[in-house]
Design a protein. Structure first.
Length: 118
């Protein structure tokens, strides 16, 4: 079945950087819109950003200018480069895939923990 596997999470000091990866298997990756979401303890899951199949990106205001999403269709992988990290960025980060722009997400990864210390 389709798998999305995130990696690259960890512990980083405030102001630091991390790059998350999400490797997809068993789907036509290049035709899917890919999204990043996060969920902090005790909070609802929130939108981080998306990248369309053609590479157009969109970000939540809270991460705009600090986070960058990119994709490598040859590697079936989407990335989330996170710079200038803040303690409030601490969360489990999830990638997701959907085939249609205005539909819900079809597939989700298991998440990777990002912890930003102050």
């Amino acid at each position: 079945q389709v798998q999305l596997v995130e990696s690259g999470g960890g512990l980083v000091q405030a102001g630091g950087s991390l790059r998350l990866s999400c490797a997809a298997s068993r789907l036509t990756f290049s035709s899917y819109l890919m999204g990043w979401f996060r969920q902090a303890p005790g909070k609802e899951r929130e939108f981080v950003g998306t990248i369309t199949s053609s590479g157009y990106t969109n970000y939540a205001d809270s991460v705009k200018g600090r986070f960058t999403i990119s994709r490598d269709n040859a590697k079936n992988t989407v990335y989330l480069q996170m710079n200038s990290l803040k303690p409030e960025d601490t969360a489990v980060y999830y990638c997701a895939a959907k085939a249609t722009l205005y539909a819900g997400y079809d597939y989700w990864g298991q998440g990777t923990q990002v912890t930003v210390s102050s």
